[in-house]
Design a protein around this ligand. Structure first.
Ligand code: SF4
Ligand code: SF4
Length: 310
């Protein structure tokens, strides 16, 4: 079974990338799962999408923890452990990164000897099609790295998944996906297929069973105006930015300006004060802080350490 994870930020098109690849593999004769993992209102926040593909029925469900191929659309995520880019990598897992940095430097930085592929020509600017190119590029590159999908099948999959965006977008997506497919060159087919699911060695997930709510409670109608502040988007956060005050230079206009949700205020002493009820955990403030005074911590790890589960 092939297990592929796409990492990016909400809005970069990784869900679409997983759909294009899933459709291509399905058209190529595989049984397929593809699904994203993120919440609503997550634009800019780290997210991932995954694809499983096998010739036999797929008995696995849930997040991929042992990928054969990992694609990263935003290389700033690689340095954030809590984003989970490196989670479960085997020594033969192929790591494909959209980056200006070369493969040897990434291997050195990450202390790995894995095959590292630098995705060529990622264009992160919006063009006149108003959809990101990254989805078609990552899907095209993934299809070539797996080596089980032809150009014709990839063309059919891109058409099926993106024709709804209009003729201009479809043309751009086809050009981008096929260019990324061709650019893989000698590394085509380099992804090693992982072992099939082994029921005997599986571990029961540590999940919480929730009872179903009555529909009037679960999906109420809201007629009042200006209620968005009551939507506690921070509840969906998977990463928490934490301030190390001793490193902070109190240049709050930096982190405060970059925060896409405007949830960084300033306290009386001039330090940034994050509204965790509405911080969605995009980690943009962490990436932009010049003093490295903000660090990313996995929300679950933070709550466990606090012992409050809140
Ligand atoms: S940008 Fe960094 S150093 Fe400046 S106020 Fe924000 S957290 Fe502190
Ligand atoms: S405080 Fe930081 S992590 Fe939270 S939403 Fe703003 S930029 Fe993103």
């Amino acid at each position: 079974m092939y297990r592929i994870r796409f990492h990016g930020r909400g809005g970069q098109g990784m869900k679409t990338a997983s759909r294009i690849l899933g459709t291509a593999l399905f058209r190529g004769g595989f049984q397929v799962q593809d699904a994203p993992r993120y919440g609503a209102e997550r634009r800019g926040a780290p997210m991932f999408a995954f694809v499983r593909a096998a010739r036999e029925p797929i008995l696995e469900r849930g997040i991929i923890t042992n990928p054969d191929l990992v694609l990263v659309a935003d290389d700033s995520l690689v340095g954030i452990p809590a984003a989970g880019v490196m989670a479960g990598l085997r020594t033969d897992t192929v790591l494909a990164i959209a980056s200006d940095t070369d493969a040897d430097t990434w291997r050195h930085r990450l202390h790995i000897n894995n095959p590292v592929v630098i995705l060529p020509g990622i264009d992160t600017d919006d063009d006149d099609t108003h959809i990101p190119d990254t989805s078609a590029q990552c899907a095209g590159a993934a299809a070539a790295l797996i080596g089980k999908v032809s150009r014709v099948v990839l063309t059919e999959a891109v058409t099926e998944e993106t024709s709804g965006f209009g003729a201009l977008a479809l043309e751009a997506n086809l050009e981008t996906a096929l260019a990324a497919f061709d650019a893989i060159g000698l590394q085509t087919g380099s992804v090693v297929e992982g072992a099939a699911y082994d029921v005997a060695s599986s571990v029961r997930p540590d999940w919480v069973d929730l009872s179903a709510e009555a529909s009037a409670v679960a999906a109420p109608n809201i007629y009042a105006a200006l209620t968005s502040v009551q939507v506690r988007t921070g509840l969906w956060r998977t990463l928490r930015p934490l301030l190390e005050r001793d490193k902070c230079k109190r240049c709050h206009w930096v982190c405060g300006s970059y925060c896409p949700d405007g949830v960084i205020a300033v306290d009386d002493a001039g330090y940034p004060e994050i509204d965790y009820e509405h911080c969605k955990g995009c980690m943009i403030c962490v990436a932009q802080c010049p003093a490295h005074a903000l660090v990313a911590v996995a929300e679950e790890e933070y709550r466990t350490a606090k012992g409050d589960g809140a």
